[in-house]
Write a protein that binds this ligand. Sequence first.
Ligand code: SF4
Length: 289
Amino acid sequence: MEWKQLPYKYPTPDLNSDTVVRQSIINQITLCGYRKLLEGQEGYLDAVSEPMAYGSAVHYLIARHLELGDIPHDDILKMDVWIEEMLVTDYDWSLSQVPSPRDFFAEIEASYAQWRMVVLPTLPPLITQEQEMWMYLGEGKQNNIYLKGTPDAVFEGVVVDWKTSGRAWKETKAHKALQADLYMALVKQNLGVSIRDWIFWVYNRRGRVWEAIPTKRRIRDIDSSLLRAYDYGLALEASILPATPYTDTFGELRRGWYCSAKFCGAWNICPAKFLHDDVNENELAVRSW
Ligand code: SF4
């Protein structure tokens, strides 16, 4: 399969029967497919964490600024209202479970102020932001396979993704990010503009600084990633998602960091987590901040 063979016009996806692949699903399956299979079953713990909620709040402020040309003063003053709403809606969580809302708000506000000062002046004119995009990847064994994604912001000549991170990113992380390949294809298919430049603007929370990490993609990189997405779509459609609780380094099997009570939402209900190692498999996972 090559990108140039994929049609711009295709049947509207039927969410009941077609298979939809997203970059986040691929990342999840890459760690352990079984987790995806168990997601939503009784006993599965949906992820919630301070870094996730922090990132969502910073994304919200940036998107509001780009939409309105500035942030209404109320958005800052009433941070408790919209953040509470975001926590409840997106994470089934609440502000009362956040240890120090005041510190949480202060850091969100500081990262937004930095963005305004350092990042905003560098941005070209905006084409669109947070627009849901689709493309057809091909036929599955039963129905069609689609790719779906929502780029943070598409500017003239460059696609930008906002990240918040506990520490600085390594450049290689940007060069290897599947998200850039897939979203560049989505942008071309949906907006008709060809963009090969991408910037991850990463807020390093430890250093309290926004850092730009530019990366590029060639057509063959995008072809290869689309093929990968299609193959994951076929696996999803067939529900063939094997458990991979380990990483395999030169024949040595070791439990991956993600196969733990702390990091896997399926831990309490997973029958595939048992390995002969020193991890306490009877530990009970709890949903916590
Ligand atoms: S507990 Fe381990 S094996 Fe089971 S789904 Fe999670 S990561 Fe996979």
